[in-house]
Design a protein around this ligand. Sequence first.
Ligand code: DOR
Ligand code: ZN
Ligand code: ZN
Length: 433
Amino acid sequence: MGGFACDLVLRSVSIPGGRIADISISGGRVKHVGSPLPAEIELDCRGKTVIPGGVDMHVHMRGGIQAHKEDWKSGTMSAVAGGVTVVVDQPNTVPPIMNEEILRQRVIEAGKYSLAGYAINGGVSPSADLNGLWRGGALAFGEIFAAPSSYGDSVSLKDLKVALERIQELGALATIHAEKIAGEPSENLEDHSQKRSVSSEIEAVMEVRGINTAGCRLHFCHMSTAGAVEAAGDATVEVTPHHLFLSLERFSPGDTGGKVNPPLRYESERRKIWTAWDRIDVVASDHAPHTLQEKGQSFQKAPSGIPGVETMVPLLMAEVRKGRIDLVSLIEKTSYRPCDILGIPRAGLSPGDRADFAVYPETMTKIAPELLHSKAGWTPFEGYDAVFPEIVVVDGRIRYREDEFFPGVSGWYGGRGYIGGRHKKNGADTAHS
Ligand code: DOR
Ligand code: ZN
Ligand code: ZN
């Protein structure tokens, strides 16, 4: 470090609220915001806006035998290039994360390749070892499939009730994929949306709340309608960029690129979900990469899912630039709230805060698939306005700058149940406190 007080200073950057400041960073933490301290690296950020790195609490990074769809390297390159500095991976991997040993392997795999901070959720099924998963450092439980989806077996309400009792005793969070299905397979997008209907999503939410007599802390994933958001009661609620920005009308009926669970809805529903913006706790991508080849199968056979970790914050930043949402609400829903819900320390602009940042230019661009980093290789947001970050800082170090990645060790965020020690031999994956 050569005797500098700091590792990095972001100079003359616009901070939320509009003030221009120098952000001095040392040892992965914010040291000072105001005038600059001497630093090893100084970056001129004049005319640019800095916000805390995104925490995408719902991604499917694949890997293992699904590495042709995505792996930790490509998935987190995609995250970082979209201003997301922490990802929370879902347990419907192959094999699913149902016991401590599989979780341990997953943490090691992520630790070797992840360019972003990472956390792994534990899976829930009648045979899952919830205690072992909690001890092994699962951040939360779920997404728990209250309906089958790609690579996710559904859990019956009866089994879910028992699991919620156990998760409540552990003091953990249960995240729920709430849907009910009237027959499969579906023939086209409209049919898909009818078989997994707006009203059945609300029913599923009500049923899950109804069986939660244990009072387990609940988080509803990817709510597709304003009605479902409202039905969540005092649970926390997440929505995706695809339900905010895409609707059935924007696709031809047989376009598998729009096939996702829960389904895309009509444009009128899409507009309505924005009216619930203030109630929505979290925007998370449900980044579910499938290749063009897989999506190229018949509608019935094509897997459900949309890649989106790289485009989530850029799409929302464009909404900020257009004056449709305010920057503070973007930061709340993509960074602060997910941290608070999951118990991850916040990245922010006070001394001692976790130093994960993304620096955005004034200029708006259009989303183009060839500029993205996911192995999926396609995006349903092609041509949409977006603002991509130019500089991304992870753990106080530059991880990405103008389309160049700088490797470095990223931290593992283990859950509160973690008893320590076991993941450390791999070096890269030491739990944050
Ligand atoms: O569309 C979806 N794809 N919904 C899910 O719940 C799972 C996901 C996947 O893993 O592909
Ligand atoms: Zn889901
Ligand atoms: Zn998911």
